[in-house]
Ligand binder design. Structure first.
Ligand SMILES: Cc1ncc(COP(=O)(O)O)c(C=O)c1O
Length: 367
């Protein structure tokens, strides 16, 4: 043992560029318009808030460690066997648990070039090598992914729809991706934004999980259910994968308030439909407004848009970001995703979207 060296982390850990979340504050502005983290525009169901508050006097107790009630509510809502559902502290935790269980040093973890950043970060944290497959028109490319599968590949992560591009793969393309993978490779379909999608050819992945041993679907309560601060996600798995995740997760990995609010949120269909209708309306409205201003967009099916800007330093993404920031509007820079000339803008409330659109119009007109 080399005692001279002192304490060092495992190799590669210090290569990880830590995930930087969206900004939430602007100095001097009391309530900025927060469109940087794909949070919900409307906030949580009133029933979820009440369930959360009702637990205030009980937080000295450990949570129920099997998330039984929440898994049953999810099973009921989606027509799934609760025994095949595993809950986590956000889908981030489930991504990390899948990596810890199925990948390690020397293994490869495949993802799409502009896929969610936690896939490469998580892969490195277990010593595996992240491999990015190129995309076509900022959309996951099944052929490019399959071409990069090697005998070291352990997991393929696909966010569907993808963050930050907002694009998606139809059910047939996802089935083709699965059909091209060897049974030893896990396909993790991260459907964090599934509830927002309004396309006939889209499926979140349930039927693939039902007919394969090597597919999991990940879902979150952070987006349409508006519970990001509580940290709650779930995985629908083949029984053997549920068994593995239940072995590696912490015994109380989901908090009691999160479990209670989650059950109330799943059962509040009215709140869900309201959030969906809001997004349908304002995603379309905002996309049309940006198109009218000549801002190129990927066709988003989620609760955000990815807007492209020119290279010209007077009008580029950094200049737009700074201008919106000066108006109290927070958007997300995309350089960490390899998209330095794009900004990601979450769909907020109607008045927020009107304010952003007006600010962008003013910016464009002045240049
Ligand atoms: C594609 C995708 N997966 C997972 C997550 C993480 O969600 P959670 O809050 O459930 O950890 C996000 C959050 O932005 C996301 O965009």
């Amino acid at each position: 043992m080399n005692v001279e060296k002192g304490l060092v982390p495992r190799p590669d850990i210090l290569d990880i560029a830590p995930y930087v979340g969206g900004e939430a504050q602007i100095v001097g502005i009391e309530r900025p318009i927060r469109l940087a983290s794909n949070e919900s525009a409307l906030g949580p169901s009133a029933k979820a808030i009440a369930a959360y508050r009702a637990l205030a006097g009980e937080i000295h107790r450990y949570p129920e460690g099997n998330a039984q009630e929440l898994r049953e509510a999810l099973g009921q809502r989606h027509g799934l066997d609760p025994a095949r559902i595993v809950c986590g502290a956000g889908s981030d935790e489930l991504i990390a648990l899948l990596l810890r269980s199925y990948a390690g040093p020397g293994d490869e973890v495949l993802y799409s070039r502009h896929g969610f950043l936690m896939y490469p970060i998580g892969a490195k944290s277990v010593g595996a090598t992240p491999i990015a497959a190129p995309e076509r028109a900022l959309t996951s490319d099944v052929d490019a992914l399959l071409e990069r599968v090697t005998d070291r590949t352990r997991i393929v992560f696909i966010a569907n729809p993808n963050n930050p591009t907002g694009t998606y793969l139809g059910a047939e393309e996802m089935a083709r991706l699965h059909a091209g993978l060897p049974p030893s490779v896990l396909l993790a379909i991260d459907a964090a934004y599934a509830e927002f999608v309004n396309r006939n050819d889209y499926q979140p992945g349930i039927s693939l999980v039902d007919r394969a041993e090597n597919v999991v679907m990940l879902r979150t309560f952070s987006k349409i259910y508006a519970l990001a601060g509580l940290r709650l996600g779930w995985a629908y798995c083949p029984p053997a994968i549920a068994d593995v995740l239940n072995r590696v997760r912490g015994p109380f990995n989901v908090t009691a308030p999160a479990l209670a609010a989650g059950v109330a949120a799943v059962e509040d269909l009215e709140a869900l439909n309201r959030a969906r209708a809001h997004n349908d309306r304002w995603l379309l409205w905002f996309s049309d407004r940006l198109a009218g201003l000549g801002v190129p967009l990927t066709p988003s099916v989620a609760n955000f848009v990815l807007a492209g800007f020119p290279d010209d330093p007077r009008r580029n993404a950094d200049a737009v970001f700074a201008f919106l920031h000066s108006r109290g509007i927070l958007t997300r820079k995309m350089a960490s995703y390899g998209l330095p000339q794009h900004l990601r803008i979450t769909i907020g409330t109607g008045p927020e979207m009107e304010t952003v659109a007006a600010a962008l119009a003013e910016f464009m007109a002045a240049r």
